[in-house]
Design a protein. Structure first.
Length: 461
């Protein structure tokens, strides 16, 4: 009877709208083995900071219910990574006999799910693209620094997963977790083979990260993105001698998932008003962060820890009423965004993929698109004021065939492995999707800009 009751001392339940309940290990009397538990990491300042960073960087100004945070997504990704790992472990052990205990592998993956976004700054990917780009880094680089720095001791002191305690002498190596959260290789680290085959479950096209945020963002935004059958994808996945593999019975479920994700990009992440807000934010974001942080976060982690959307919006609100003229101007510009007083109007939108326009047009950047537009305008209009947006150039851009080209399927009828790029099912997906938009203060030169855009994109005929 005592063993039956001990579970309630080992694990806390956390309510969640997607999974109903999440399990989180806890320490203290009767708690899990080890000097630390998952609750210690969840309660750490670096994780709690994610409560004050929205999951949807600026879409929460458009979708009234999109108030969820990176923190909620981190917990969900941790849960899904653990559930998936428990399913994969028997075949992992067959393919890699040297893999450690199931509970250690499960906990390693859970920590990768929990910490994969720990390096995010205010406004998420927008911060990557409009501030961290100065140093050629992103939130994953910062996340790895945190995992192997301030959070390393707690990770190394874990002694159990929600399932059971580790085997004697086992511990989670923080480098394992750091390796899993990014597709970039790590210097001076050679991952064990069992770990390397699990990385696609954290950074692939149908990773625990992706398979958490698609249903979560859809549900919380109130956007019906279509069927997302994560359970089927998980059930029909296994580790083969060639790595993470999907049984062909999951092909249709994966296709539906990718289509649902693409729909979310159209309806939420690349929403026209979201992009208008982002366009206006670009004008003030970098100078604001130079005032608030003033350098590379890796060199000032103490200051970075306190930098969130809450702190930023409080600071710029104070600036708007202060006496410092440059800061007051920035604060007033932020006030316009917060009040949704948007100065840019959408006057052109081209939704394109490789079936519609030449491949060269699909790889064009914002700067290139704007430059080519000016060249195609009448000479007297080449100095008019307008802005452009090429959604596919952002870090969250969706490129289905590039992402899915290396997904491995097992066909039981022919008893062979096949890459997704050769399956008819995945040929239905666009090779490359992009949204080309033009914004202006008014519609005075709308006709000329539309004509120029169609010429640039090769849509005239």
């Amino acid at each position: 009877m005592e063993d039956a009751r001990s579970e309630y001392s080992r694990v806390n339940l956390s309510s969640d709208p997607i999974y109903r309940y999440l399990r989180i290990t806890k320490g203290g009397p009767g708690g899990v083995a080890g000097q630390a538990a998952e609750q210690d990491l969840v309660d750490a300042a670096w994780l709690q900071r994610l409560r004050r960073i929205h999951q949807l960087q600026s879409a929460w100004w458009v979708f009234a219910t999109a108030e969820h945070s990176r923190f909620q997504h981190a917990l969900g990704a941790m849960h899904l990574a653990g559930e998936w790992t428990r399913h994969l472990y028997p075949t992992l052990k067959i393919a890699h006999a040297d893999a450690p205990s199931s509970q250690l592998v499960e906990e390693t993956m859970r920590m990768a799910g929990l910490l994969h976004d720990v390096g995010h700054g205010p406004f998420g990917h927008f911060f990557d693209e409009n501030y961290l780009d100065t140093w050629g880094i992103d939130h994953e680089v910062i996340g790895r620094e945190l995992i192997m720095g301030p959070l390393a001791d707690v990770i190394g002191e874990l002694g159990a997963s929600p399932t059971s305690d580790f085997e004697p002498g086992e511990r989670v190596d923080p480098r394992w977790v750091a390796y899993l959260i990014s597709s970039r290789e790590m210097e001076d680290f050679q991952p064990p083979a069992w770990l390397a085959v699990l990385r696609p479950a954290m950074v692939g096209a149908f990773s625990a990260d992706n398979m958490d945020y698609v249903p979560r963002d859809s549900y919380i935004c109130g956007v019906a993105a279509g069927p997302v059958d994560v359970q089927r994808i998980v059930h029909y996945s296994f580790i083969s001698e060639r790595g993470l593999t999907l049984h062909s019975h999951a092909a249709e479920a994966l296709y539906m998932f990718l289509n649902s994700r693409l729909y979310l990009y159209h309806q939420v992440y690349f929403h026209r008003t979201v992009r208008r807000i982002d366009l206006q934010l670009r004008e003030v974001f970098r100078p604001t962060l130079e005032q608030l942080l003033g350098g590379n976060p890796l060199q000032r982690l103490d200051r970075y820890q306190g930098l969130t959307e809450w702190s930023l919006l409080s600071d710029v609100d104070r600036w708007a009423h202060g006496e410092d003229a440059p800061r007051r101007e920035l604060g007033q510009a932020w006030a316009a965004v917060v009040a949704r007083k948007l100065k840019w109007r959408l006057i052109y939108q081209g939704h394109t993929d490789a079936r519609d326009i030449p491949n060269a047009a699909l790889g064009v950047t914002r700067e290139q698109f704007a430059g080519e537009l000016r060249e195609h305008l009448p000479p007297k209009l080449r100095d008019i004021v307008f802005e452009v947006d090429v959604a596919a150039q952002e870090s969250r851009a969706f490129n289905p065939m590039t992402e899915t080209a290396e997904i491995l399927f097992y066909d039981p009828l022919e008893d062979r492995y096949r890459q997704s790029q050769v399956l008819d099912l995945f040929r239905r997906l666009p090779v490359r999707m992009a949204l080309f938009r033009i914004f202006a203060y008014d519609e005075t030169h709308r006709r000329e800009l539309i004509k120029a855009a169609n010429e640039v994109l090769g849509l005239t005929g």
